[in-house]
Every structure is written in structure tokens, then in C-alpha cells.
Design a protein around this ligand. Sequence first.
Ligand SMILES: [Fe+2]
Length: 321
Amino acid sequence: MKKNVAKFLSILFYKRLFFDAPQNNFKNHMLNKFGFQKLRYFLLNKKFKLKKINQNSKNFKFKDLLNKDGILMIKNFFKENEYERLKQNINQIKSYCKIDHYFLGNKDTYSFVFNKKSNNETNSLINEIKQLFGNSIIKELLMSCSNININDIFTDIIYQKILSNDSSNDFNDHASEFHSDKCYPCFKGFLTLNHNTVSSGCYEYIKGSHLPSPSRLEYEYYLSLFESKIYNEKTMYEKGFQFRNNRITITDRYIDKNFGMNSIKKCEAEENSLIISNNMGFHKRGRFENNQIREQLRFGFYKYQKSDFSKWLRYILNRKQ
Ligand SMILES: [Fe+2]
């Protein structure tokens, strides 16, 4: 019995309601009306709040930028010979692996995950890439800034290439509107494999939008209600929200009022640039112009936060009296 209750609670609180974005259903709507989203916001921000960076710590400048702005860009990330090796490996892996083709909105997208085991040849190339990232400063950066407990952070590296032949059809991709992934600090990153420019939909981020504040709490509360889809556009607009490209996003008026339009950073970056982003902050991919290609190696770190929290929750629920 106790086990079943623990299982039920862990599903209810851990998976569905705590970590994921608010679900579009009436039950959640009512929970949120009674303040569930506010509770979730407080607990998760307490649990995952950003760490203070010691001035004397290694790479202080980078850590401080990531903490203050929520976004960090490091150009020429790998040494020239390391980067060349990385590109060679990717090209070889591409020739061995099946590359998935799908659409992001209307854009042709090709990708593959590096942990798909196909043969020994590919595995050794993949291991070499993972090692390259593992030996870099990424792990230390993230562990100094946030409450992430990481052993092997590069289990899920994804190669992604987006092609654009026609700029007029760049719609329907929900990633192309400003949004936040979670209501608490969380991190993603990517390495550019070609020159990411404004014309090729480079990443955009609102600097400082990752910091908890009363207005952010208000945003989370209204988002949770509007996600239930029972509000009209006028009410949403008054609170700074609008529906565009298949998602609820924020209006320019909201951005200007809370952060200023100048806070939007367009991450134009030559190849071999590393970008790490705290995706509690508002972010999106930019719009594509004709005949553009954007190529990246992408990695997410969300699951390291989940597992940590889930261990803690399981401990609380299952501990002996
Ligand atoms: Fe996102």
C-alpha cells in the first residue's frame, strides 16, 4: 500500500506536474488556479537556484557571465587540431549512420543522436567526440553555476542541420518564438559547426530573463492558466502573451517592459563557437532567409537535474520511519 502511494505521488509530482511544462487540461487548470504553479515555482527555484561563483575560481569570467546574463558564448572553443578532428569524426559517422529527416515547422531538418550504437567503427569515433567534450570546461562550468550533479554529461549529443530553401515558409515551428523551457534554472548548449548568422536562424536569447522575480512568478502563473486554452486573445494580450506559431509566446511590449528590447542577444557565431544557455530564460531560434544552412552539435543537461531531484523524492517517500 505504502509503495503504491509512493509510486502515485512520484508520478503525480515528479513527472507530470513538477518538471514538465503545465499540461493543457482542466485538472491542471484548477490546480493552478489554487496556486499549484506558484508552489512549483518556489520549490524548484529553491532546489535549483544558481550558485554564487567564487571570484578566485577557474574560468570566473565565463561563470559570472552565465550567471548574470543566462547566456554564454565562447568563440574558438576547441583548439584548431581538436576541432578539425571533431569535424572529420562527424563526417565519418554521418556516412555510417542513418540520419533522420523531419520537419521543424516547414524547415527540412536532418539529425542523428550520437549514442545510437551501430558498429565498432562508429562507436570509437563517438567515444572520441565524447571524450573531447568531457575534457573541456563545460562540466566544470555547469557544476559551478548550478545544482547539477554530473558524472558523464555527454551521453546525448545530437547532430542537427536545418536547411532553408524558401524564407517565405518559415512558420509553424514553435521553437521560433520566445519561450522558456522550465520555470527553474536549466541548461542546454551547442557547438556551431558552420557560421550561424541572423540569416540562418541563429539562436536568440533575452539576457537576464533567467532570473527569478515577482514578474516572472506572475508570468508562470498566467502561462499555466492560458495553457488550458480557455482564455481569449484579448485577456492574454493584456497580460503580455500571444499565440503564434503553435505556441503561447510573449509580446514585444512584455519584453520591452521587463527587460528592454536591447536585451535580446542574437548569437551570431562562427564555427567552433560554444553557446551555453540557461533556458529558464526566454529564447528562440531566429528566422531563416533563402538558401541557408544552420549546423550544430547540441546537448541538453535537463535529465541530470531530474535524476537528482527524483533520488531525493524517492528517499523522502520510501524512507523508513
Ligand atoms: Fe526551448
